[in-house]
Design a protein around this ligand. Structure first.
Ligand code: ITT
Length: 200
């Protein structure tokens, strides 16, 4: 089964391929297909942005498409950075600046700094428009730890582990992450759909 991933984030593309490959789903990124497109993420929710990205690319390619809209929600910051996770530090944002901004915002907030990563996957075809959600809870660390992964991984310690996402090997992160949980639901949906098609 071939599916397009509507993402320009190479770190995200790598993880989605690592998670879905062993589950028998082949993913083509925009880069793989030679498509250059910037989709403005102007919706107020993860769900809205995921749908906008998937719909835009589905309309362009006519191929079954998934989009991942994800981010970090910190309790003491009323859910920020949330939908603004990728551009939290403003105009000149990058992963490091976003992490520094997060530490700055949390400086005077009581600990522990509870947080969760959320991932909304939208699957869009001619006849389908499905949303799958994954969440992983944890705490924000006082300083970045580890070099694996991307984004806020060095600052996020998932519950049940004494390491940050960035200290865990990708094989472990990809079995407990918000993205993994949403993508497994997506895979199960496809499996059920195929079963029904085979019965009829
Ligand atoms: P596309 O929209 O092109 O897919 P993006 O990076 O802009 O790429 P999002 O709008 O969904 O994607 O923003 C997700 C941001 O949330 C991402 O840039 C990271 O800052 C953060 N994030 C999401 N998943 C993460 C993860 O597994 N580890 C660390 N940070 C993550």
């Amino acid at each position: 089964m071939k599916i397009v991933l509507a993402s320009n984030n190479p770190d995200k593309v790598k993880e989605v391929k690592e998670i879905l490959g062993p589950l028998g789903i082949e993913i083509f990124s925009l880069k793989d297909l030679g498509i250059k497109i910037e989709i403005e993420e102007d919706q107020p929710t993860f769900e809205g942005n995921a749908r906008k990205k998937a719909r835009t690319v589905f309309e362009l390619t006519g191929l079954p498409t998934i989009a991942d809209d994800s981010g970090l929600m910190v309790e003491a910051l009323d859910g920020a950075p949330g939908v603004y996770s990728s551009r939290y530090a403003g105009e000149e944002h990058n992963y490091e600046k976003n992490n520094q901004k997060l530490l700055q915002e949390l400086k005077n907030k009581p600990e522990p700094h509870r947080a969760k990563f959320v991932c909304f996957i939208n699957y869009m075809t001619e006849t389908e428009d499905e949303i799958f959600i994954g969440e992983t809870s944890g705490e924000i660390l006082k300083e970045p730890r580890g070099t694996n992964g991307f984004g806020y991984d060095p600052l996020f310690k998932p519950d049940g582990f004494d390491k940050s996402y960035a200290e865990l090997p990708s094989e472990i992160k990809n079995k407990i992450s918000h993205r993994y949980k949403a993508l497994v639901k997506f895979r199960n949906y496809l499996v059920e759909k195929l079963k029904k098609q085979n019965v009829h």
